[in-house]
Design a protein around this ligand. Sequence first.
Ligand code: ADP
Length: 502
Amino acid sequence: MTDLNWTRKAEITKPHCRPARALAALRSHESCPLCILIALFVLCTLFYYFGELVDFAGWKALHLNFFYDVHDIHRLLFLAPIIYAGYVYRVKGAVFVTIAAFVIFLPRALFISPFNDAVLRTVLFTIGAGIIGSLVGMVRNQSERRSRLEAVIRSERNRMFRMLENMEEGVLIIGPDYRIRYMNQSMVREFGEGMGFHCYEYLHSFDSPCGQICKLPSVTDGATERLEYNFADGRTYETVASPFVDSDGVVCELATFRDITQRKQVELELIELNRLKSELLSNVSHELRSPLTSIKGIVSSLQQEDIEWDDPTREMLLTGISEETDRLASLVTNLLNMSKLGAGVWKPQKERHNISDIINEMLEQQKWAHGTHTFETDLEPDLPEICADYNQIKQVLINLLENAVAYSEEGTRVVFKVRAVDGEVEASVSDQGVGIPIEELGKIFDKFYRGSQTRQRPGGTGLGLTICQAIILAHGGRIWAESEVGRGSTFYLRLPVADAGN
Ligand code: ADP
Protein backbone atom coordinates (compact mmCIF):
# COMPACT_ATOMS: atom_id res chain seq x y z
CA MET A 1 0.00 0.00 0.00
CA THR A 2 2.74 2.40 1.01
CA ASP A 3 4.82 1.51 -2.05
CA LEU A 4 1.88 2.10 -4.36
CA ASN A 5 1.24 5.56 -2.93
CA TRP A 6 4.87 6.45 -3.24
CA THR A 7 5.00 5.38 -6.89
CA ARG A 8 1.86 7.33 -7.71
CA LYS A 9 3.26 10.45 -6.09
CA ALA A 10 6.49 10.08 -8.02
CA GLU A 11 4.53 9.79 -11.28
CA ILE A 12 2.48 12.86 -10.55
CA THR A 13 5.44 15.04 -9.65
CA LYS A 14 7.62 13.77 -12.53
CA PRO A 15 7.83 16.41 -15.33
CA HIS A 16 6.93 14.99 -18.72
CA CYS A 17 8.75 17.09 -21.35
CA ARG A 18 12.52 17.24 -21.81
CA PRO A 19 13.11 21.02 -21.22
CA ALA A 20 10.95 20.85 -18.12
CA ARG A 21 12.99 17.84 -16.93
CA ALA A 22 16.26 19.67 -17.59
CA LEU A 23 14.96 22.69 -15.70
CA ALA A 24 13.90 20.50 -12.84
CA ALA A 25 17.35 18.85 -12.84
CA LEU A 26 19.02 22.27 -12.77
CA ARG A 27 16.90 23.28 -9.79
CA SER A 28 17.64 20.11 -7.92
CA HIS A 29 20.95 18.89 -6.49
CA GLU A 30 21.47 16.89 -9.66
CA SER A 31 22.40 20.16 -11.39
CA CYS A 32 25.68 20.38 -9.52
CA PRO A 33 27.73 18.01 -11.70
CA LEU A 34 26.14 19.48 -14.84
CA CYS A 35 27.13 23.01 -13.76
CA ILE A 36 30.66 21.85 -13.00
CA LEU A 37 30.83 20.15 -16.41
CA ILE A 38 29.56 23.26 -18.23
CA ALA A 39 31.98 25.48 -16.28
CA LEU A 40 34.91 23.21 -17.09
CA PHE A 41 33.93 23.09 -20.74
CA VAL A 42 33.55 26.88 -20.99
CA LEU A 43 36.89 27.43 -19.25
CA CYS A 44 38.66 25.03 -21.63
CA THR A 45 37.02 26.71 -24.65
CA LEU A 46 38.05 30.21 -23.43
CA PHE A 47 41.58 29.00 -22.87
CA TYR A 48 41.64 27.34 -26.30
CA TYR A 49 40.66 30.56 -28.09
CA PHE A 50 42.36 32.93 -25.62
CA GLY A 51 44.85 34.24 -28.25
CA GLU A 52 42.02 35.22 -30.58
CA LEU A 53 40.15 36.77 -27.64
CA VAL A 54 43.23 38.83 -26.70
CA ASP A 55 43.58 40.05 -30.32
CA PHE A 56 39.90 40.82 -30.52
CA ALA A 57 39.88 42.71 -27.22
CA GLY A 58 43.22 44.40 -27.89
CA TRP A 59 44.79 43.33 -24.60
CA LYS A 60 48.39 43.94 -25.66
CA ALA A 61 49.81 42.99 -22.26
CA LEU A 62 48.43 39.46 -22.64
CA HIS A 63 49.82 38.95 -26.15
CA LEU A 64 51.97 35.97 -25.18
CA ASN A 65 53.37 33.37 -27.63
CA PHE A 66 51.98 30.58 -25.53
CA PHE A 67 48.42 31.38 -26.64
CA TYR A 68 49.35 31.24 -30.32
CA ASP A 69 51.74 28.25 -30.49
CA VAL A 70 50.82 24.64 -31.19
CA HIS A 71 47.44 24.03 -29.55
CA ASP A 72 47.92 20.34 -28.67
CA ILE A 73 48.62 21.27 -25.04
CA HIS A 74 45.52 23.48 -24.89
CA ARG A 75 43.45 20.62 -26.26
CA LEU A 76 44.76 18.39 -23.51
CA LEU A 77 42.79 20.50 -21.03
CA PHE A 78 39.57 19.18 -22.63
CA LEU A 79 40.42 15.81 -21.13
CA ALA A 80 39.17 17.23 -17.83
CA PRO A 81 35.50 17.77 -18.90
CA ILE A 82 35.53 14.60 -21.02
CA ILE A 83 36.80 12.44 -18.15
CA TYR A 84 34.45 14.20 -15.74
CA ALA A 85 31.49 13.57 -18.09
CA GLY A 86 32.57 9.89 -18.35
CA TYR A 87 32.73 9.66 -14.58
CA VAL A 88 29.39 11.32 -13.94
CA TYR A 89 27.29 10.47 -17.03
CA ARG A 90 29.19 7.34 -18.12
CA VAL A 91 29.96 6.43 -21.77
CA LYS A 92 27.12 8.49 -23.28
CA GLY A 93 28.23 11.62 -21.39
CA ALA A 94 31.88 11.14 -22.44
CA VAL A 95 30.90 10.69 -26.11
CA PHE A 96 28.63 13.73 -26.01
CA VAL A 97 31.28 16.01 -24.48
CA THR A 98 33.93 14.61 -26.87
CA ILE A 99 31.75 15.54 -29.87
CA ALA A 100 31.13 18.99 -28.36
CA ALA A 101 34.89 19.42 -27.93
CA PHE A 102 35.48 18.35 -31.53
CA VAL A 103 33.00 20.97 -32.68
CA ILE A 104 34.96 23.54 -30.66
CA PHE A 105 38.28 22.35 -32.19
CA LEU A 106 37.10 22.44 -35.82
CA PRO A 107 37.16 26.25 -36.57
CA ARG A 108 40.77 26.49 -35.42
CA ALA A 109 41.82 23.34 -37.31
CA LEU A 110 40.08 24.44 -40.49
CA PHE A 111 40.55 28.21 -40.59
CA ILE A 112 43.08 29.45 -38.04
CA SER A 113 45.88 26.91 -37.63
CA PRO A 114 48.88 27.46 -39.93
CA PHE A 115 49.79 23.72 -39.80
CA ASN A 116 48.88 21.27 -42.57
CA ASP A 117 48.00 18.39 -40.28
CA ALA A 118 45.84 20.41 -37.87
CA VAL A 119 42.63 18.51 -38.76
CA LEU A 120 44.39 15.14 -38.44
CA ARG A 121 45.80 16.04 -35.01
CA THR A 122 42.43 17.27 -33.85
CA VAL A 123 40.69 14.11 -35.01
CA LEU A 124 43.34 11.89 -33.39
CA PHE A 125 43.07 13.78 -30.11
CA THR A 126 39.30 13.64 -30.20
CA ILE A 127 39.33 9.86 -30.73
CA GLY A 128 41.90 9.37 -27.95
CA ALA A 129 40.03 11.63 -25.53
CA GLY A 130 36.70 9.93 -26.40
CA ILE A 131 38.21 6.50 -25.67
CA ILE A 132 39.66 7.67 -22.33
CA GLY A 133 36.34 9.26 -21.30
CA SER A 134 34.39 6.16 -22.32
CA LEU A 135 36.80 3.91 -20.43
CA VAL A 136 36.31 6.02 -17.30
CA GLY A 137 32.52 5.64 -17.79
CA MET A 138 32.83 1.88 -18.21
CA VAL A 139 35.08 1.47 -15.16
CA ARG A 140 32.63 3.54 -13.12
CA ASN A 141 29.74 1.44 -14.41
CA GLN A 142 31.57 -1.72 -13.51
CA SER A 143 32.54 -0.63 -10.02
CA GLU A 144 29.03 0.61 -9.32
CA ARG A 145 27.56 -2.68 -10.51
CA ARG A 146 30.00 -4.52 -8.26
CA SER A 147 29.16 -2.45 -5.20
CA ARG A 148 25.42 -2.87 -5.95
CA LEU A 149 26.00 -6.61 -6.19
CA GLU A 150 27.97 -6.60 -2.97
CA ALA A 151 25.16 -4.71 -1.24
CA VAL A 152 22.60 -7.22 -2.53
CA ILE A 153 24.79 -10.12 -1.37
CA ARG A 154 25.25 -8.44 2.02
CA SER A 155 21.54 -7.88 2.48
CA GLU A 156 20.71 -11.43 1.30
CA ARG A 157 23.28 -12.76 3.74
CA ASN A 158 21.78 -10.73 6.57
CA ARG A 159 18.33 -11.94 5.59
CA MET A 160 19.54 -15.53 5.58
CA PHE A 161 21.14 -15.16 9.01
CA ARG A 162 17.96 -13.57 10.36
CA MET A 163 16.04 -16.59 9.03
CA LEU A 164 18.57 -19.02 10.50
CA GLU A 165 18.37 -17.18 13.82
CA ASN A 166 14.59 -17.59 13.96
CA MET A 167 14.52 -21.21 12.84
CA GLU A 168 13.05 -23.80 15.17
CA GLU A 169 15.78 -26.25 14.19
CA GLY A 170 19.28 -25.83 15.56
CA VAL A 171 21.77 -24.54 12.96
CA LEU A 172 25.56 -24.85 12.98
CA ILE A 173 28.11 -23.56 10.48
CA ILE A 174 31.33 -25.54 10.84
CA GLY A 175 34.58 -24.59 9.11
CA PRO A 176 36.89 -27.15 7.46
CA ASP A 177 39.06 -26.90 10.60
CA TYR A 178 36.06 -28.35 12.57
CA ARG A 179 35.56 -25.02 14.38
CA ILE A 180 32.04 -23.74 14.91
CA ARG A 181 31.69 -20.41 13.11
CA TYR A 182 28.01 -19.79 13.73
CA MET A 183 25.19 -21.24 15.82
CA ASN A 184 21.61 -20.03 16.11
CA GLN A 185 19.54 -19.48 19.26
CA SER A 186 17.82 -22.88 19.03
CA MET A 187 21.18 -24.62 18.97
CA VAL A 188 22.32 -22.65 22.03
CA ARG A 189 19.08 -23.54 23.79
CA GLU A 190 19.37 -27.26 23.01
CA PHE A 191 23.12 -27.82 23.35
CA GLY A 192 24.51 -24.72 25.09
CA GLU A 193 26.97 -22.06 23.88
CA GLY A 194 29.75 -23.40 21.65
CA MET A 195 31.01 -20.67 19.27
CA GLY A 196 34.65 -21.28 18.38
CA PHE A 197 34.67 -24.81 19.81
CA HIS A 198 35.50 -27.85 17.70
CA CYS A 199 32.27 -29.57 16.63
CA TYR A 200 33.44 -32.96 17.97
CA GLU A 201 34.16 -31.42 21.41
CA TYR A 202 30.91 -29.51 21.44
CA LEU A 203 28.56 -32.24 20.22
CA HIS A 204 30.21 -35.45 21.42
CA SER A 205 32.80 -34.35 24.01
CA PHE A 206 35.51 -36.07 21.92
CA ASP A 207 39.16 -34.97 21.86
CA SER A 208 39.56 -35.56 18.12
CA PRO A 209 37.34 -35.69 15.00
CA CYS A 210 34.76 -38.47 14.91
CA GLY A 211 36.68 -40.57 12.33
CA GLN A 212 34.73 -42.62 9.78
CA ILE A 213 31.31 -41.28 10.77
CA CYS A 214 32.36 -37.63 10.29
CA LYS A 215 30.67 -36.14 7.24
CA LEU A 216 32.49 -32.79 7.21
CA PRO A 217 35.07 -33.71 4.51
CA SER A 218 32.45 -35.03 2.09
CA VAL A 219 30.17 -32.02 2.75
CA THR A 220 32.96 -29.50 2.11
CA ASP A 221 33.61 -31.48 -1.12
CA GLY A 222 30.07 -30.59 -2.19
CA ALA A 223 27.87 -33.46 -0.95
CA THR A 224 24.67 -33.11 1.10
CA GLU A 225 24.44 -35.62 3.90
CA ARG A 226 21.44 -36.72 5.97
CA LEU A 227 21.98 -38.59 9.20
CA GLU A 228 20.50 -39.34 12.59
CA TYR A 229 22.43 -38.59 15.75
CA ASN A 230 21.63 -40.60 18.84
CA PHE A 231 23.03 -38.78 21.83
CA ALA A 232 24.02 -40.49 25.06
CA ASP A 233 21.21 -38.72 26.96
CA GLY A 234 18.61 -40.49 24.76
CA ARG A 235 17.85 -37.59 22.42
CA THR A 236 17.72 -38.29 18.69
CA TYR A 237 18.36 -35.56 16.10
CA GLU A 238 17.82 -35.64 12.36
CA THR A 239 20.64 -33.71 10.73
CA VAL A 240 20.98 -32.37 7.20
CA ALA A 241 24.46 -31.10 6.37
CA SER A 242 25.15 -29.19 3.16
CA PRO A 243 28.04 -27.11 1.81
CA PHE A 244 28.01 -23.39 2.56
CA VAL A 245 30.41 -20.72 1.32
CA ASP A 246 31.19 -18.34 4.17
CA SER A 247 31.84 -14.60 3.68
CA ASP A 248 35.60 -15.25 3.50
CA GLY A 249 35.05 -17.65 0.58
CA VAL A 250 35.84 -20.76 2.65
CA VAL A 251 33.59 -23.78 1.97
CA CYS A 252 32.03 -24.79 5.30
CA GLU A 253 29.29 -27.16 6.45
CA LEU A 254 25.83 -25.82 7.29
CA ALA A 255 24.04 -28.38 9.47
CA THR A 256 20.47 -28.26 10.74
CA PHE A 257 19.45 -30.28 13.81
CA ARG A 258 15.81 -31.33 14.27
CA ASP A 259 14.83 -33.03 17.52
CA ILE A 260 12.99 -36.23 16.53
CA THR A 261 13.21 -37.98 19.90
CA GLN A 262 9.43 -38.03 20.37
CA ARG A 263 8.78 -39.12 16.78
CA LYS A 264 11.30 -41.93 17.19
CA GLN A 265 9.65 -43.04 20.42
CA VAL A 266 6.23 -43.01 18.79
CA GLU A 267 7.63 -44.98 15.84
CA LEU A 268 9.16 -47.55 18.17
CA GLU A 269 5.93 -47.74 20.17
CA LEU A 270 3.94 -48.20 16.96
CA ILE A 271 6.25 -50.98 15.82
CA GLU A 272 5.93 -52.63 19.22
CA LEU A 273 2.16 -52.14 19.20
CA ASN A 274 1.90 -53.65 15.73
CA ARG A 275 4.01 -56.58 16.85
CA LEU A 276 1.83 -57.05 19.90
CA LYS A 277 -1.36 -56.72 17.86
CA SER A 278 -0.34 -59.33 15.34
CA GLU A 279 0.81 -61.54 18.20
CA LEU A 280 -2.53 -61.00 19.92
CA LEU A 281 -4.41 -61.72 16.71
CA SER A 282 -2.66 -65.02 16.18
CA ASN A 283 -3.01 -65.75 19.91
CA VAL A 284 -6.69 -64.90 20.00
CA SER A 285 -7.51 -66.90 16.89
CA HIS A 286 -5.54 -69.85 18.27
CA GLU A 287 -7.13 -69.53 21.68
CA LEU A 288 -10.61 -69.21 20.22
CA ARG A 289 -10.06 -72.21 18.02
CA SER A 290 -8.72 -74.59 20.69
CA PRO A 291 -11.76 -74.53 23.05
CA LEU A 292 -14.07 -74.63 20.03
CA THR A 293 -12.21 -77.67 18.71
CA SER A 294 -12.50 -79.38 22.13
CA ILE A 295 -16.22 -78.58 22.38
CA LYS A 296 -16.83 -79.76 18.82
CA GLY A 297 -14.89 -82.97 19.57
CA ILE A 298 -16.83 -83.70 22.77
CA VAL A 299 -20.20 -82.93 21.15
CA SER A 300 -19.37 -85.20 18.18
CA SER A 301 -18.45 -88.00 20.59
CA LEU A 302 -21.70 -87.58 22.52
CA GLN A 303 -23.68 -87.62 19.25
CA GLN A 304 -22.28 -91.01 18.20
CA GLU A 305 -25.30 -93.30 18.43
CA ASP A 306 -23.30 -96.53 18.36
CA ILE A 307 -21.53 -95.67 21.64
CA GLU A 308 -23.18 -96.06 25.01
CA TRP A 309 -21.70 -93.51 27.46
CA ASP A 310 -21.83 -94.40 31.11
CA ASP A 311 -22.90 -91.67 33.53
CA PRO A 312 -19.46 -90.71 34.96
CA THR A 313 -17.98 -90.42 31.44
CA ARG A 314 -20.94 -88.41 30.19
CA GLU A 315 -20.55 -86.18 33.27
CA MET A 316 -16.82 -85.71 32.53
CA LEU A 317 -17.48 -84.83 28.91
CA LEU A 318 -20.17 -82.30 29.85
CA THR A 319 -17.84 -80.73 32.44
CA GLY A 320 -15.25 -80.45 29.65
CA ILE A 321 -17.75 -78.58 27.48
CA SER A 322 -18.63 -76.32 30.39
CA GLU A 323 -14.96 -75.50 31.16
CA GLU A 324 -14.11 -74.80 27.52
CA THR A 325 -17.17 -72.57 27.24
CA ASP A 326 -16.07 -70.65 30.33
CA ARG A 327 -12.63 -70.21 28.82
CA LEU A 328 -14.16 -68.89 25.64
CA ALA A 329 -16.48 -66.59 27.57
CA SER A 330 -13.60 -65.15 29.62
CA LEU A 331 -11.56 -64.51 26.49
CA VAL A 332 -14.42 -62.84 24.69
CA THR A 333 -15.34 -60.81 27.81
CA ASN A 334 -11.78 -59.50 28.13
CA LEU A 335 -11.65 -58.54 24.46
CA LEU A 336 -15.05 -56.87 24.64
CA ASN A 337 -14.20 -54.99 27.85
CA MET A 338 -10.95 -53.83 26.33
CA SER A 339 -12.62 -52.44 23.25
CA LYS A 340 -15.31 -50.78 25.41
CA LEU A 341 -12.61 -49.18 27.52
CA GLY A 342 -10.76 -48.08 24.38
CA ALA A 343 -13.95 -46.47 23.03
CA GLY A 344 -14.63 -44.84 26.42
CA VAL A 345 -18.13 -46.32 26.66
CA TRP A 346 -17.56 -48.53 29.70
CA LYS A 347 -18.24 -45.93 32.39
CA PRO A 348 -18.70 -47.19 36.00
CA GLN A 349 -22.28 -47.12 37.37
CA LYS A 350 -21.31 -46.36 40.98
CA GLU A 351 -23.34 -47.39 44.02
CA ARG A 352 -22.46 -48.03 47.68
CA HIS A 353 -21.14 -51.55 48.28
CA ASN A 354 -19.23 -53.55 50.83
CA ILE A 355 -16.24 -55.03 49.01
CA SER A 356 -16.39 -58.18 51.22
CA ASP A 357 -19.84 -58.93 49.78
CA ILE A 358 -18.50 -58.67 46.24
CA ILE A 359 -15.60 -61.02 47.10
CA ASN A 360 -17.88 -63.57 48.80
CA GLU A 361 -20.35 -63.62 45.92
CA MET A 362 -17.59 -63.83 43.30
CA LEU A 363 -15.92 -66.71 45.17
CA GLU A 364 -19.22 -68.54 45.47
CA GLN A 365 -19.61 -68.45 41.69
CA GLN A 366 -15.98 -69.13 40.74
CA LYS A 367 -14.95 -71.70 43.34
CA TRP A 368 -16.50 -74.70 41.57
CA ALA A 369 -14.76 -73.76 38.28
CA HIS A 370 -11.34 -73.76 39.96
CA GLY A 371 -11.53 -76.84 42.14
CA THR A 372 -7.81 -77.39 41.69
CA HIS A 373 -7.02 -74.65 44.24
CA THR A 374 -8.02 -73.77 47.78
CA PHE A 375 -9.53 -70.33 48.35
CA GLU A 376 -9.25 -68.58 51.72
CA THR A 377 -10.53 -65.23 52.90
CA ASP A 378 -9.39 -62.84 55.62
CA LEU A 379 -12.00 -60.08 55.55
CA GLU A 380 -11.85 -57.35 58.19
CA PRO A 381 -15.29 -56.91 59.81
CA ASP A 382 -17.23 -53.61 59.76
CA LEU A 383 -15.45 -52.31 56.70
CA PRO A 384 -16.48 -48.88 55.40
CA GLU A 385 -18.41 -49.00 52.13
CA ILE A 386 -16.95 -48.08 48.76
CA CYS A 387 -18.71 -46.27 45.96
CA ALA A 388 -18.23 -48.57 42.98
CA ASP A 389 -19.66 -50.33 39.95
CA TYR A 390 -20.46 -53.79 41.31
CA ASN A 391 -19.91 -55.67 38.05
CA GLN A 392 -16.68 -53.88 37.19
CA ILE A 393 -15.09 -54.53 40.61
CA LYS A 394 -16.27 -58.14 40.40
CA GLN A 395 -14.59 -58.39 36.97
CA VAL A 396 -11.33 -57.11 38.49
CA LEU A 397 -11.48 -59.73 41.24
CA ILE A 398 -12.26 -62.49 38.71
CA ASN A 399 -9.26 -61.49 36.57
CA LEU A 400 -6.97 -61.52 39.63
CA LEU A 401 -8.38 -64.88 40.75
CA GLU A 402 -7.94 -66.43 37.29
CA ASN A 403 -4.34 -65.20 37.14
CA ALA A 404 -3.61 -66.50 40.66
CA VAL A 405 -4.93 -69.92 39.63
CA ALA A 406 -3.25 -69.89 36.23
CA TYR A 407 0.21 -68.98 37.52
CA SER A 408 0.36 -71.36 40.49
CA GLU A 409 0.51 -75.12 40.96
CA GLU A 410 -2.60 -77.21 41.59
CA GLY A 411 -3.36 -77.68 45.30
CA THR A 412 -1.88 -74.35 46.37
CA ARG A 413 -3.80 -71.64 48.24
CA VAL A 414 -5.23 -68.37 46.99
CA VAL A 415 -5.96 -65.87 49.78
CA PHE A 416 -8.31 -62.85 49.56
CA LYS A 417 -7.76 -60.20 52.25
CA VAL A 418 -9.58 -56.95 52.90
CA ARG A 419 -8.79 -54.17 55.37
CA ALA A 420 -9.34 -50.44 55.82
CA VAL A 421 -6.23 -48.23 55.53
CA ASP A 422 -5.95 -44.42 55.64
CA GLY A 423 -9.47 -43.63 54.43
CA GLU A 424 -9.30 -46.33 51.75
CA VAL A 425 -10.32 -49.96 51.46
CA GLU A 426 -7.52 -52.31 50.46
CA ALA A 427 -8.19 -55.71 48.91
CA SER A 428 -5.41 -58.16 48.04
CA VAL A 429 -5.19 -61.49 46.22
CA SER A 430 -2.16 -63.66 47.09
CA ASP A 431 -1.03 -66.86 45.44
CA GLN A 432 1.80 -69.33 46.00
CA GLY A 433 2.72 -69.46 42.32
CA VAL A 434 5.68 -68.80 40.05
CA GLY A 435 5.98 -65.12 40.96
CA ILE A 436 6.96 -62.23 38.73
CA PRO A 437 10.56 -61.03 38.19
CA ILE A 438 11.12 -57.50 39.50
CA GLU A 439 11.94 -56.11 36.01
CA GLU A 440 8.51 -57.24 34.76
CA LEU A 441 6.48 -55.82 37.64
CA GLY A 442 6.33 -52.40 35.97
CA LYS A 443 5.10 -53.84 32.67
CA ILE A 444 2.44 -56.39 33.59
CA PHE A 445 -0.32 -53.74 33.51
CA ASP A 446 0.65 -52.71 29.94
CA LYS A 447 -1.71 -53.55 27.10
CA PHE A 448 -0.98 -56.99 25.59
CA TYR A 449 1.98 -57.61 27.90
CA ARG A 450 2.20 -61.31 28.63
CA GLY A 451 5.47 -61.71 30.50
CA SER A 452 8.36 -63.94 29.53
CA GLN A 453 7.55 -67.07 27.53
CA THR A 454 7.82 -69.40 30.52
CA ARG A 455 5.04 -67.59 32.35
CA GLN A 456 2.45 -67.27 29.63
CA ARG A 457 -0.74 -69.17 30.17
CA PRO A 458 -2.88 -70.68 27.44
CA GLY A 459 -5.82 -68.43 26.71
CA GLY A 460 -3.93 -65.39 27.98
CA THR A 461 -4.30 -62.17 26.06
CA GLY A 462 -2.20 -59.76 28.11
CA LEU A 463 -5.36 -57.67 28.59
CA GLY A 464 -6.64 -58.87 31.97
CA LEU A 465 -4.48 -56.65 34.17
CA THR A 466 -4.82 -53.69 31.76
CA ILE A 467 -8.58 -53.93 32.21
CA CYS A 468 -8.20 -54.21 36.00
CA GLN A 469 -6.02 -51.10 36.10
CA ALA A 470 -8.37 -49.08 33.85
CA ILE A 471 -11.36 -49.99 36.06
CA ILE A 472 -9.61 -49.20 39.34
CA LEU A 473 -8.31 -45.87 37.97
CA ALA A 474 -11.85 -44.99 36.83
CA HIS A 475 -12.90 -45.50 40.48
CA GLY A 476 -10.20 -43.12 41.76
CA GLY A 477 -8.15 -45.98 43.19
CA ARG A 478 -4.83 -47.69 42.41
CA ILE A 479 -3.57 -51.18 41.78
CA TRP A 480 -0.10 -52.72 42.07
CA ALA A 481 1.67 -56.01 42.56
CA GLU A 482 4.37 -57.35 44.84
CA SER A 483 6.06 -60.61 44.08
CA GLU A 484 8.90 -62.99 44.80
CA VAL A 485 9.95 -65.36 42.05
CA GLY A 486 9.20 -68.94 43.05
CA ARG A 487 7.19 -67.99 46.14
CA GLY A 488 4.14 -66.21 44.74
CA SER A 489 2.56 -62.85 44.01
CA THR A 490 0.15 -60.51 45.75
CA PHE A 491 -2.00 -58.04 43.82
CA TYR A 492 -3.26 -55.06 45.83
CA LEU A 493 -6.02 -52.64 45.00
CA ARG A 494 -7.13 -49.64 47.01
CA LEU A 495 -10.41 -47.80 46.58
CA PRO A 496 -11.59 -44.64 48.32
CA VAL A 497 -14.19 -45.01 51.04
CA ALA A 498 -17.64 -43.73 50.00
CA ASP A 499 -18.43 -40.20 51.29
CA ALA A 500 -21.34 -39.72 53.64
CA GLY A 501 -23.15 -37.96 50.78
CA ASN A 502 -22.74 -40.58 48.02
P1 ADP B 1 -2.79 -62.81 30.66
O1 ADP B 1 -4.07 -62.91 29.93
O2 ADP B 1 -1.59 -63.14 29.84
O3 ADP B 1 -2.81 -63.47 31.98
P2 ADP B 1 -2.75 -60.40 32.22
O4 ADP B 1 -2.86 -59.00 31.81
O5 ADP B 1 -3.79 -60.92 33.13
O6 ADP B 1 -2.63 -61.25 30.91
O7 ADP B 1 -1.37 -60.62 32.90
C1 ADP B 1 -0.21 -60.10 32.28
C2 ADP B 1 1.00 -60.94 32.63
O8 ADP B 1 1.32 -60.74 34.01
C3 ADP B 1 0.79 -62.41 32.48
O9 ADP B 1 1.02 -62.85 31.17
C4 ADP B 1 1.80 -62.98 33.46
O10 ADP B 1 3.06 -63.04 32.87
C5 ADP B 1 1.83 -61.93 34.58
N1 ADP B 1 0.97 -62.28 35.73
C6 ADP B 1 -0.26 -61.83 36.01
N2 ADP B 1 -0.72 -62.35 37.17
C7 ADP B 1 0.23 -63.15 37.64
C8 ADP B 1 0.38 -63.97 38.80
N3 ADP B 1 -0.59 -64.06 39.72
N4 ADP B 1 1.53 -64.66 38.96
C9 ADP B 1 2.53 -64.56 38.05
N5 ADP B 1 2.47 -63.82 36.93
C10 ADP B 1 1.33 -63.11 36.72
